[in-house]
Design a protein around this ligand. Structure first.
Ligand SMILES: Nc1nc2c(ncn2[C@@H]2O[C@H](COP(=O)(O)OP(=O)(O)OP(=O)(O)O)[C@@H](O)[C@H]2O)c(=O)[nH]1
Ligand SMILES: [Mg+2]
Ligand SMILES: [Zn+2]
Length: 298
């Protein structure tokens, strides 16, 4: 019999409070955590060890994170969701009806963390005509938009190529089809749907972020319908930087520190008045700036 390995490196597939599920080579290990300070999230790179083959493995250290995506918990505090992400795939669908402000916030969050972003329009089998005006805005701003259906599999091949390298985190409202997309893309994921629990209304909903391997080094993370992104530690200019068109137009404002609210000589408001910038996107920018400022004051 080959001796079982007793230590190694791995990636956290899911975190359950004081325990984690770790992908270690081709094996999946349940690990306890050593030390009270260790807080791990999906996507963390860790070192695990096991004293004897029969014992439970444990994780004692984690590698420094390249980045971490946070959301705001019920008490208004940032809570990490996943680490070491290369790309956010923001998912919308004809049903439930899209919250474009949420899309703007996700995209701004990705820009602020230097993470790639792609907009997935799932359930295209329902028809996407009512969404096309907003999609034109995003396409015009350089955000890749892919129309797909996890059910009819339309566009899934193109999606597979778009996600063929790096780690993608799926975000979006509850019910847009994030878990369905993961199941359609990741060969190993079908077995994991048992982890879905039923919410109060009896629907299946995702409760914990979960990492799945795609081909090669690529991976996809299914997350619960994420409500909010926490603002970055420095809120200064963060909102603006996340809005590519406002950021570039803002270079022409009279004042270098223009917030594009009421300042005179504001090139951004002029562009909004002439519809060169979408008034809806500008409103998202104002809402996000106020939200960042509010959270920064807490
Ligand atoms: N018609 C159609 N239905 C879909 C499609 N994708 C998902 N659905 C359905 O939409 C519902 C919600 O899908 P989920 O994959 O659970 O959505 P989710 O985004 O993971 O939701 P949360 O886990 O609550 O955040 C399910 O009933 C799916 O069968 C699609 O492409 N077309
Ligand atoms: Mg889900
Ligand atoms: Zn301005």
């Amino acid at each position: 019999m080959v001796a079982e390995r007793t230590s190694g490196q791995g990636v956290v597939l899911a975190s359950y409070g004081r325990g984690v599920l770790v992908q270690a080579g081709s094996a999946t290990l349940r690990c306890g955590l050593v030390g009270r300070k260790l807080r791990l999230v999906c996507g963390d790179r860790v070192n695990w060890r096991r004293a004897a083959a029969a014992d439970e493995a444990s994780v004692d250290t984690a590698e420094a994170r390249r980045n971490v995506i946070e959301r705001i918990d019920a008490r208004g505090r940032p809570e990490p969701v996943a680490a070491n992400i290369d790309r956010l795939a923001i998912v919308v669908a004809p049903e439930p009806s899209p919250d474009w402000f949420l899309v703007d916030r996700y995209w701004a969050g990705a820009c602020n963390k230097d993470i790639g972003a792609v907009l997935l329009i799932n359930k295209q089998d329902f028809g996407t005509a009512p969404l096309q005006a907003e999609l034109d805005t995003y396409r015009g701003l350089g955000l890749p938009c892919l129309e797909i259906s996890a059910v009819s599999t339309a566009g899934m091949e193109a999606l597979g190529s778009a996600l063929q390298s790096g780690v993608t985190l799926l975000v979006g409202q509850s019910g847009v089809g994030k878990s369905s997309i993961v199941n359609a893309l990741a060969p190993e994921a079908a077995a994991q749907t048992a982890e879905l629990t039923r919410d109060a209304e009896g629907r299946h909903t995702t409760t914990t972020a979960r990492w799945y391997r795609l081909a090669g080094d690529a991976a996809i993370i299914d997350a619960p319908g994420v409500r909010d992104f926490a603002p970055p530690a420095s809120i200064v200019r963060a909102a603006e930087r996340g809005f590519v068109e406002i950021h570039s137009t803002g270079a022409s404002c009279r004042f270098a520190d223009c917030r594009h609210f009421e300042e005179p000589g504001c090139a951004v408001r002029a562009a909004v008045a002439e519809l060169r910038i979408s008034p809806r996107r500008y409103e998202s920018y104002r809402r996000l700036t106020r939200l960042y400022e509010d959270l920064g004051r807490r």
